[in-house]
Design a protein around this ligand. Structure first.
Ligand SMILES: C[S@@+](CC[C@H](N)C(=O)[O-])C[C@H]1O[C@@H](n2cnc3c(N)ncnc32)[C@H](O)[C@@H]1O
Ligand SMILES: [Zn+2]
Length: 298
């Protein structure tokens, strides 16, 4: 696929076994449970249309029951295929696309979530701008990010076992396309993208194997849920909730959701194909998944 020079690199999960390699039977029930506790605390009680960016195989999708429509977006077609097999169509729409080139009309969502995804983003500002544009004014953005100022990193730095400084605001790329962020850096980026931070809190206090092995998962997760209220932002994961500020379009009731990801041109439906009025590129739906990764006619 051809990409403009300026396009940031993507951490491609296509064909990966993320679900079985990372989650199922891999001793991460605790992480899964504490993330659900955080999400339940942050999600509004009802809403019209929610977008999950980097939804993967739909691990957290059953938390979005209060929304009339849920759009699962991921760069990996195969992750979405699994999600669709599991969840079916009904309230769900599946979109294979790049978060740096969202294929949506401005203001068509009243909620966006992004969990365990921004740590793969080399250009945080660009992806936040895309998300802000997709939201109505006042829409909610729930973002989870990996925290560089966590206790383990602080101890390793203090004892000279880690070169990078956890207190420095600059993101650290510890493995290619895997970043940890300082909580203040994320707030700065949110503000620059026209979001107003409402609340943020620490999650995953006990992400340590010996504790997870020694103590019942439900107990640790429950305790984590309580500690999340302490506001001690030294855990490996931070959840934030922000609202879209400014006066931008509200297209929640617009009849069509999609525009061309390359030039925001209007699209006409022709069977399973969407044709851009401006550039003539065609985007297809296959296996019930809209594919905006690459045009079908290039
Ligand atoms: C660690 S997984 C998290 C999946 C899900 N949010 C969860 O918590 O189970 C990261 C996901 O982000 C997706 N991703 C990474 N870069 C992306 C991009 N530029 N656009 C869309 N999705 C992307 C990957 O395909 C992958 O499914
Ligand atoms: Zn176009």
């Amino acid at each position: 696929m051809r990409k403009p020079e300026s396009q940031p690199k993507i951490c491609d999960y296509e064909g990966s076994n993320y679900r079985v390699d990372f989650w199922e039977g891999k001793g991460r029930d605790y992480e899964d449970q504490v993330e659900r506790i955080a999400l339940r605390r942050l999600l509004p009680g009802n809403g019209r249309r929610l977008l999950e960016v980097g939804a993967g195989f739909g691990r957290l999708t059953n938390e979005y029951h209060a929304y009339e429509q849920v759009v699962l977006l991921d760069y990996s077609f195969s992750q979405l295929q699994y999600a669709r097999e599991n969840l079916g169509d009904g309230r769900f729409l599946y979109v294979a696309a790049d978060a740096y080139r969202l294929p949506f009309r401005p203001g068509v969502f009243d909620a966006v979530t992004m969990i365990r995804v921004i740590h793969h983003m080399a250009d945080v500002a660009a992806v936040m701008r895309q998300i802000r544009r997709a939201l109505v004014p006042g829409g909610v953005f729930i973002l989870e990010h990996a925290n560089k100022r966590n206790i383990k990193a602080m101890l390793r730095f203090a004892t000279g076992r880690q070169a990078w400084n956890p207190y420095d605001y600059k993101p650290v790329e510890f493995v290619e396309l895997n970043f940890d962020f300082h909580p203040e850096y994320i707030v700065q980026q949110l503000e620059q993208a026209q979001f107003k931070l409402d609340i943020r809190f620490p999650v995953s206090f006990f992400r340590v194997d010996f504790l997870k092995n020694a103590l019942p998962t439900g107990f640790l997760a429950g305790l984590d849920g309580l500690l999340q209220h302490t506001g001690m932002l030294y855990t490996p994961s931070i959840f934030t909730r922000s609202y879209a500020a400014g006066n931008t379009p509200d297209n929640l009731a617009a009849p069509s959701l999609f525009v061309c990801p390359d030039d925001s041109g209007e699209l006409t439906h022709d069977g399973d194909t969407l044709v851009c009025h401006q550039c003539g590129k065609t985007w297809v739906q296959r296996d019930g998944i809209y594919d905006f990764k690459a045009p079908a006619n290039e």
